[in-house]
Design a protein around this ligand. Sequence first.
Ligand code: SAH
Length: 244
Amino acid sequence: MLSQIKIVLVETSHPGNIGAVARAMKTMSMTSLCLVNPKHFPSAEATSRAAGSDDILSKAKIYDTLSDAIADCHVVFGTSARIRTISWPELTPRACAEKVIINEPGKTTAIVFGRENSGLSNEELDLCHYLLRIPCNSQYSSLNIAAAVQVICYELNMASQQLINPVSAATEQNQDSWASKDQMEQFYQHLHQTLLDIGFILHPDKSATIMRRLRRVFNRAQLDNKEVDMLRGILRMSQGNKRN
Ligand code: SAH
C-alpha cells in the first residue's frame, strides 16, 4: 500500500537533502522516490547522507517536469510551509494519511515537495488536489525538506499499521476506473477551450482565476473515466459538435 505513494521532490538544490529524504522514507517503509529536475544527481553527497538507504536513490525516477512525474497519479498533495493567499483545500499530515491509507486505499498518490529556497509555485500547486501543511510554530514554520518528508511518511506508516480491515476486493477492482492526472489535464484543457469558444472566458490571459476555481470544483469531485468521458461529450456538444 505504501508502495503506491510517490514522494516527489521538485528542483532540489542540495544533493545531501535528497539522501536525507531517502533515509527518512526508508525508516517509514516508503520506497518510491521521484526527482523533478534535481540540481545535482546522482551525487556522492546524496549517497553518503542516505546512509544505507541508497537502494531508494538507485531506484529513484527522474523527470523533466512535475506534470510528467504525476501523470499516472489519482491523488496529488502539494506540501507548503506557508499559508497561501489562494485557498486550496488544506489537510494536516494525519488527515492526509487517513484519507490515503484508510478512507481511499489503492489510489496511486503523489506527495510533492518544493525547492529549499522558494517552495512550490502556485502553478505547481494548481496541479495538486490538496495542500498539505505541517502545523508549526506560526513564527517559524519552514522545516528542512527531509524533516518535512519524515513527518509526513511517519503519519502514512502509522496509518498503514493501524489499518485493521484489509483493502476490500471491490476497492481493488475499481481503482483502474479513476481518472488519471493526465486525463484530468486533458479535460481542463478542453474545458478551457470550450469556455473560450462559448464566450464565457473573453481573454485567455485573464482566465487563470476561473480555471483555478473550476479545478478546485472538479478535483473535489474525484471523477472516474466514465464521468470524464461524459463531461467531455457535453463540452464537445457545447462547442457545436453534434452527437455522432
Ligand atoms: N522558503 C520555502 C520553504 C521551503 S522548505 C517557502 O517559503 O515555501 C522546502 C520544502 O519542505 C517545502 O517546499 C515543503 O515541501 C516542505 N516543507 C517545509 N516546511 C513545511 C511545512 N511546515 N509543512 C509542509 N511542508 C513543509
